[in-house]
Design a protein around this ligand. Structure first.
Ligand SMILES: Cc1ncc(COP(=O)(O)O)c(C=O)c1O
Length: 313
């Protein structure tokens, strides 16, 4: 029993996670002709419901929550909301999702939110201004009050708190000296902050931002400061491959993703993974990686239930 009277459960959901995730080399002439070897770090295979970086970020938080209800935040297509809802179902823990967009309350749920609801997540829709202020302590307390979730364990948007960042160091440890450069897509930057901290000296991480704005460097520094007490590892953020901003998937990117799927049989998640893979092809063509570089691309997600609609937005 935990001190709040709830049964504390182990943080491991059935089926058990597949860790370390597989690392496979792929044959792709767009890399080979520049002397670069491309590997896929298949974090999308870690767990069927807690896919990719979701397992790495959520597992330490589920342990810390010790069975308390979980509350978290996200937009209408959030992978993180879906993963938290699935964790709640697997661990039999109540979950509450605070969703950006009050207007969504009166519409039929999209496939992503419908999956959250089917997993038992209670959805609480708020207007954009309230959502923006969710990290302010008073605003958060009022929000939890309004949602009847005062005692809940709060996980931030995107799941990137210090525990999550620490959890992502395992990705760097798993890769160790198997790759020279490791690339992944960034939203909040939490996964990159942890990955870079876990890589051995002499290896570096490249984050591809899927958001417009150029603010990620500061965010990642702040996440590392909070998680480790200071900067860790060698990393950089590429800001040129957001394709117009979050959830924008223009035809050129969609065609690139389809082609990559056909070449390599990898289901390519469009909002993050496709932008990262596109960036790697472009950076390699620009000569960003010296001949002989072993480049690992982290597959941080797989196409969700809204895959059809998200590609057309
Ligand atoms: C599939 C996928 N890849 C990458 C990321 C980015 O992770 P982070 O927010 O830690 O930068 C996310 C975030 O939700 C994601 O869903």
């Amino acid at each position: 029993m935990s001190d709040n009277g709830r049964v504390s459960r182990p943080p491991v959901a059935a089926p058990r996670p597949r860790l370390p995730s597989p690392l496979t080399e792929v044959d792709d002439d767009r890399f080979a002709r520049h002397g670069v070897r491309l590997f896929l770090k298949r974090d999308d295979l870690i767990h069927p419901d807690l896919i990719g970086n979701k397992w790495r970020k959520l597992a330490p938080n589920l342990a810390a929550a010790r069975g308390r209800p979980l509350v978290t935040f996200g937009g209408a297509y959030s992978n993180h909301l879906r993963a938290t809802a699935a964790a709640g179902r697997l661990l039999d823990v109540p979950t509450l999702g605070i969703v950006r967009g009050h207007e969504l309350a009166d519409r039929p749920l999209n496939p992503s939110l419908a999956r959250c609801a089917a997993d038992g997540m209670r959805l609480h829709f708020v207007d954009r201004s309230t959502y923006r202020h969710k990290t302010d302590p008073d605003a958060l307390a009022a929000l939890l009050d309004a949602a009847d979730a005062r005692d809940a364990y709060v996980i931030p948007e995107g799941g990137s708190n210090s525990l999550a960042v620490q959890g992502c160091t395992a990705l760097g440890h798993e890769l160790g000296d198997l790759a020279d450069v490791v690339a992944l897509a960034c939203g909040t930057g939490g996964t990159l902050a942890g990955l870079a901290a876990g890589l051995p000296a002499g290896r570096r991480a490249v984050g591809v931002s899927v958001l417009k704005g150029g603010f990620l460097d500061a965010e990642i520094r702040a996440l590392q400061e909070a998680a480790f007490g200071g900067p860790r590892g060698s990393w950089q953020v590429e800001d040129r491959f957001h394709f117009g901003g979050y959830a924008r998937v223009p035809a050129e990117l969609a065609a690139f993703a389809e082609d990559f799927e056909q070449r390599h049989g990898l289901p390519v998640e469009r909002l993050y993974v496709a932008k990262m893979l596109y960036a790697l092809v472009a950076l390699t063509a620009e000569g960003a990686f010296p001949r002989g570089t072993r480049l690992a691309a982290v597959v941080t997600g797989s196409p969700g239930p809204d895959a059809q609609s998200s590609t057309s937005r």
